[in-house]
Design a binder for this molecule. Structure first.
Ligand code: SAM
Length: 356
C-alpha cells in the first residue's frame, strides 16, 4: 500500500540530524518508509510542521525543503507463534509451544508435546499464518527408525502432502519426508564435507539418501566422481531426480544397493574419500568403508551418536580398532566434533579420519 503525504526533503549528508530532529518533534510518520536517492532523503511527516518547528529544523538543516511525495507503507513486523496463539490457548500452555521448527522446502515439521495435542490443528494453522513461505505442517509421530531411517508424521495443517523441494547451498533437493531421510539440520555438515573435496577425487557416499552430500560435491567440483549408494529405493529415485535437476549426471552416480555388498564388488579400492552418514550403525560398516578406499588410503567421514557418559575419545578408539580389524590404520584424526544434539544427553559426532 502507498500513501501521498507531506515530507521533509534533505541532502543525504544532513539526513541523520534531520531524522533525529523530526523524530524529537514528533513529526515522522513511522508507518511509512523513508525514501532515498543519490543525493537526498525524503522523510514522511504526520503533519505540516508549525512555524517554530520549521525554524528549529532550518537552523540545523538549512537546505531542507517541504514537499509532497508518495511513500510505501512499512510491512507490519511478523507476528510470532506465541502472539498468534495468545488468545487461543490457555496461558499455562503457551510456554510449551514448540521452540523450533524443522523447515524442509515448504513443509514445517514440529514436535507437539502431549499437553498440546488437543490444540495441534490450531498450532499448525498459526505456524502457517506466521510463516508465509510454508504450505504444510506435519507433526512428528514417532522416532526415526528402521533401515531406511524414516519416521511417521501426522498431518496437522495446510496442504496434505509429504513431498517438497528443499534448497540448500545452491542445490535443490526433491524430498519426500515420509519415504526417505532428510535433515535440514545437517546442511552445514554437507557444506563442510563438500568444501574439503579436491578436483580429481573419487568419493563414495555409502549412505547417500536423497543426495545432500553427493549432489553438493558434484555441483562444486566438475572434476570429481561420486558414487552415491543407498538401499532405500524411494531415496534412490529421489536421488536420481536430484542428480538430474542439479545437472551433475556426468559425475554423480546413484546406486541402489547394500553398502557392504557394493563395497566388496563394484566399488572396491577406488575411493579417495568415503562418507558414512548412518550414525546409528556406521561402526558396523567400517569394513565396507575400508574396502572402498584406495590401497594407499584416503579419508573417511564417520558419523555416530554418543550418549553420555560415552565420549568422543572413546568413539575414536572404537573406530580405530574397527579400522585395524580391517587391515588398515588411522594415520590421524583430522577433525572431530559434535554436530548437533539429537536427544537429551545424546549428540551426533563426526570424525574425519585419515586412513593408511
Ligand atoms: C541417516 S540417512 C543419511 C542420508 C544422507 N546421507 C543425508 O545426509 O541426508 C542414512 C541412509 O542410509 C541408508 N541405508 C541404511 N542401511 C544401508 C545399507 N546397508 N546400505 C546402503 N544404504 C543404507 C538409509 O536408507 C538412509 O537413506
Amino acid at each position: 500500500m502507498s500513501k501521498s503525504t507531506i515530507c521533509l526533503q534533505v541532502p543525504k549528508k544532513q539526513g541523520e540530524i534531520a531524522i533525529a530532529l523530526a523524530n524529537k518533534l514528533g513529526l515522522v510518520d513511522k508507518s511509512l518508509g523513508i525514501q532515498r536517492d543519490e543525493s537526498h532523503l525524503c522523510i514522511p511527516l504526520v503533519r505540516q510542521p508549525e512555524e517554530n518547528e520549521l525554524e528549529t529544523l532550518k537552523n540545523h538543516v538549512p537546505e531542507m525543503q517541504l514537499s509532497t511525495n508518495v511513500f510505501s507503507e512499512k510491512k507490519a513486523p511478523a507476528e510470532t507463534l506465541i502472539q498468534a496463539l495468545q488468545d487461543k490457548l490457555p496461558p499455562n500452555l503457551l510456554a510449551h509451544l514448540p521452540q523450533a521448527l524443522d523447515v524442509i522446502g515448504d513443509i514445517a515439521i514440529v514436535e507437539i508435546p502431549q499437553e498440546l495435542k488437543p490444540y495441534e490443528t490450531l498450532i499448525g494453522e498459526a505456524i502457517l499464518k506466521t510463516h508465509k513461505n510454508l504450505k504444510t505442517v506435519l507433526a512428528k509421530a514417532g522416532a526415526i527408525s528402521g533401515t531406511y531411517r524414516t519416521r511417521e508424521y501426522a498431518f496437522i495443517a495446510g496442504e496434505h502432502k509429504t513431498q517438497t523441494v528443499h534448497r540448500e547451498f545452491g542445490c535443490q533437493y526433491h524430498v519426500d519426508v515420509a519415504k526417505a531421510y532428510f535433515s535440514p539440520r545437517l546442511s552445514h555438515e554437507h557444506e563442510r564435507v563438500a568444501s574439503l573435496v579436491q578436483a580429481g577425487e573419487t568419493v563414495v557416499d555409502l549412505f547417500a539418501g536423497v543426495g545432500p552430500f553427493s549432489v553438493l560435491i558434484g555441483k562444486r567440483n566438475p572434476k570429481v566422481k561420486v558414487y552415491a549408494v543407498d538401499l532405500n529405493p524411494d531415496a534412490v529415485e529421489l536421488l536420481k531426480v536430484n542428480v538430474r535437476v542439479n545437472r551433475v549426471e556426468n559425475r554423480v552416480f546413484p546406486i541402489l544397493a547394500d553398502a557392504r555388498e557394493i563395497a566388496a564388488t563394484q566399488l572396491k579400492g577406488l575411493a579417495d574419500r568415503v562418507i558414512m552418514n548412518l550414525p546409528e550403525t556406521a561402526i558396523d560398516f567400517v569394513d565396507a568403508a575400508c574396502q572402498t578406499l584406495k590401497p594407499d588410503g584416503g579419508v573417511i567421514h564417520f558419523y555416530a551418536f554418543i550418549r553420555s557418559p560415552d565420549s568422543t575419545e572413546n568413539l575414536k578408539q572404537r573406530f580405530s580398532q574397527a579400522v585395524e580389524e580391517n587391515g588398515r590404520r588411522v594415520e590421524a584424526f583430522l577433525y572431530g566434533k559434535s554436530i548437533r544434539e539429537t536427544a537429551p544427553f545424546e549428540s551426533q559426532i563426526v570424525l574425519d579420519a585419515k586412513i593408511a
